[in-house]
Design a protein around this ligand. Structure first.
Ligand code: ATP
Length: 446
């Protein structure tokens, strides 16, 4: 983890927030490469969830919402962790994390547990009194439930259908840590799937398989993923059944995403608290009911951590991030072998031409070996080098990051060749070759 964290800083993936002021606990900033990678990840999730299907609609609801929402959702009452505090060093721990009354930090005596609500509160408007309290949303899901009817009517979707949303969430976590694994401000990618009563368990099974497949499609090793079913004592207040997709982090198997059967809890509660009908008339069966909800709830930051850990490899002479090309922040590095004989001009032109399709990085500083190493650390899948042979026959080398193998191609064929190499990469890894699987997304190849 320490090596990965220092690589993230060195290469501009992730910085500690407010670093020049000494940092702020559990907050992180995504640098030039990190922000690019995060966008790629969100983009791919969005495409898989919405564009590639006809039964899921997108939503972008606000972070601050009516405070009654959090009463209806059970968060005001139930989003609490019992905390114990050390009487000597005053550190606080989740009760579930300590198994005796001895402080794991200093050996002092721990207090009796106290309830602690994880929601951040703030005030709306100029007067800070109890009537102006609003909460920073601790999950994006509630914005979806309260818009269920709006979306259903506007999009003319029929149950079963889903609503997907990506956005920030805030939790005043007691034990944040492990880099971006658990933070107090983070992003979620959530999808709530509305189904007929009695159909939920079938859909839970379906979504477990779909989501597992998705993690494999972004290149995560299969044997590092597993499903954990929640026992009765682990279930959240709303859940009928719950499954975690877990990844084997260096600090153990941990949740990356939850797939939950939430029954009709959410829509029923919002209907009661708002006194608005949130039911659905099923034309096929002529029945009226409150839909049940199956959710897939993942964290963007936590998923990024999985990708980075999974991709991080220390080899004899180099450190390399073997990130799936689709997610790599920079797709192609372009290098002149030396800074003379017209090579920089040719390389600059190649870089500029490729920029219409990919995020490209031009680098002429230091030996070409050093330049390759820098791009290996940044996870750049392909490096293109202009050398003396280029001047004779208009060919360049394409170097592949993982194998370090090089092929020569004509500059006029460069774009096509990159496509072919990428398609082969996908095929070798067993990916389905559809349009969204290609790394230069958003460009119609006709
Ligand atoms: P944790 O493993 O932190 O106890 P949780 O069970 O509270 O998570 P959920 O409420 O199911 O998590 O949230 C869904 C997803 O949101 C999690 O699988 C995780 O990817 C992400 N997530 C939740 N809390 C955090 C956090 N504090 N920091 C980063 N990601 C988070």
């Amino acid at each position: 983890m320490n090596n990965l964290i220092s690589l993230c800083k060195r290469r501009g993936l992730i910085f500690q927030s407010s670093e020049i002021y000494g940092g702020i606990n559990s907050c992180w900033d995504y640098g030039p490469l990190g922000s690019e990678m995060k966008r790629n990840l969100k983009e791919y999730w969005w495409k898989s969830m919405t564009h590639s299907r006809s039964d899921i609609e997108g939503l972008d609801s606000s972070i601050l919402m009516h405070p009654r929402i959090w009463e209806a959702s059970g968060h005001v009452e139930g989003f609490i962790d019992p905390l114990v505090e050390c009487k000597k060093c005053h550190l606080r721990f989740k009760q579930e994390d300590v198994d005796s009354i001895i402080c794991p930090n200093c050996g002092g005596e721990l207090s009796a547990p106290r309830q602690f609500n994880l929601m951040f509160k703030t005030h709306m408007g100029p007067v800070e009194d109890s009537s102006s309290i609003v909460y920073m949303r601790p999950e994006t899901a509630q914005g979806i439930y309260v818009n269920f009817s709006n979306v259903q009517v506007a999009s003319r979707q029929k149950v079963p259908f889903g609503i997907a949303q990506i956005g920030k969430a805030f939790r005043n976590e007691i034990t944040p840590g492990n880099f971006i694994f658990r933070t107090r401000e983070f992003e979620q990618m959530e999808m709530q799937f509305f189904v007929a009563p009695g159909e939920a368990e079938k859909w839970v099974e379906y979504w477990i398989q779909e989501r597992l497949k998705w993690y494999e499609q972004i290149g995560i090793k299969k044997d590092k993923l597993r499903i954990h079913e929640h026992g009765k004592d682990e279930l959240a207040h709303y859940a009928v059944s719950a499954f975690d997709i877990q990844y084997e982090f260096p600090f153990g198997w941990k949740e990356v995403e939850g797939i939950h059967n939430r029954g009709d809890f959410d829509l029923t509660r919002h209907s009661q608290f708002s006194e608005k009908k949130l039911d659905y008339f099923d034309e096929a069966t002529r029945e009226r009911y409150i839909p049940h909800v199956v959710e897939t709830s993942g964290g963007i930051d936590r998923c990024l951590l999985v990708i980075l850990i999974d991709a991080y490899v220390e080899e004899d002479e180099r450190v390399v991030l073997k990130i799936h090309p689709r997610l790599a922040p920079i797709k192609v590095g372009v290098f002149p072998l030396v800074n003379r004989d017209g090579m920089p001009e040719i390389a600059q032109k190649i870089a500029q031409d490729l920029r219409s399709s990919y995020k490209v990085f031009y680098d002429s500083g230091g030996s070409v070996g050093r330049r390759y190493r820098r791009q290996d650390e940044a996870g750049t899948p392909y490096g293109i080098t202009v050398d003396s042979q280029t001047l004779r026959d208009n060919t360049v080398t394409i170097r592949e990051r993982d194998t370090m193998q090089q092929i020569r191609v004509n500059i006029n064929e460069l774009k096509n060749q990159l496509e072919v190499i990428m398609a082969n990469y996908m095929r070798d890894k067993g990916f389905i070759l559809d349009k969204t699987n290609l790394f230069h997304e958003g460009v119609d190849r006709g």
